[in-house]
Design a protein around this ligand. Structure first.
Ligand code: SAM
Length: 241
């Protein structure tokens, strides 16, 4: 399942086109580390972060940490599909997977409010705009589209503060920008149960994302140890305090 979602199983080439035509070929090392965007597979997070996500979902189920799972920034939906698959494999019917995205790519940078996002032009990448219907189709291909999967469509600043979520056991942030990371933390961090897992996909490679996490943790006095997953992803466990 994980290898299918990352494109390792069928050696899915890179989405990036080569100068002179054609796609960059499949590169196992890059795909393990989530360092390229797959041409057709449903997630770009790579094998290591996908395995960590599985373990985080299994951990909170095994320990009885209450709450739903969410990813903010889903692209084609592969990481959310993995979380729904864990619930199915464990026979869990009382937790939901929240799928939060604009489903039209990143917002343009608001450099006045978020100077760290100045010059970040990921918003111009059409490849990052994947519709909710395409994401639903991905879930359906795995037989995992049902009412345990809930979509939050729109900019995080509009959808997350009023999202009808009571508690979270896994909060996975993958919105790249300072704004997107901060909006998700402000709206959702207090809903993470003690013992819940917070995962930040872009901490290691995107300064904007790391700065949002650093500012939020400082402002809120969050001191739990940050553990590295790979060059990019990190996680921490929310303490009981
Ligand atoms: C790097 S991709 C996510 C990759 C995905 N987690 C995976 O498994 O492949 C970033 C996603 O975040 C979304 N996004 C970023 N900032 C957003 C915001 N402020 N509001 C809504 N969606 C946002 C984009 O639309 C895009 O789908």
């Amino acid at each position: 399942m994980r290898d299918s979602l990352t494109g390792i199983l069928n050696e899915d080439p890179a989405l990036e086109e080569r100068v002179g035509g054609g796609r960059n070929p499949f590169d196992r090392a890059k795909r393990e580390a989530g360092k390229d965007w797959p041409a057709s597979a449903l997630s770009m997070i790579g094998a290591k972060r996908m395995l960590q996500l599985q373990r985080a979902a299994e951990f909170v189920i095994e320990r009885g940490v209450p709450g739903d799972f969410i990813e903010t920034g889903v692209w084609r939906g592969g990481a959310c599909i993995l979380m729904r698959a864990v619930l199915a494999a464990r026979g869990v019917t009382d937790r939901r997977v929240w799928v939060a995205d604009s489903f039209r790519g990143l917002p343009p940078p608001d450099a006045a409010r978020y100077p760290k996002d100045a010059g970040n032009m990921l918003c111009v990448f059409d490849q990052l705009a994947v519709s909710a219907d395409e994401v639903r189709a991905g879930f359906a291909r795995f037989g995992l589209l049902d009412d345990q999967v809930r979509f939050l469509e729109g900019w995080f600043r509009d959808t997350l503060p009023s999202a009808p979520i009571d508690r979270l056991a896994v909060l996975r942030l993958d919105g790249d920008l300072y704004e997107s990371t901060m909006d998700a933390l402000v709206a959702l961090y207090d809903k993470v149960s003690p013992g819940g897992i917070v995962i930040v996909d872009d901490y290691g490679i995107l300064e904007s994302c790391r700065a949002a996490v650093t500012d939020f943790r400082r402002e809120r006095g969050v001191t739990e140890t940050i553990y590295r997953i790979d060059d990019s992803g990190v996680h921490w466990q929310r303490s009981a305090g």
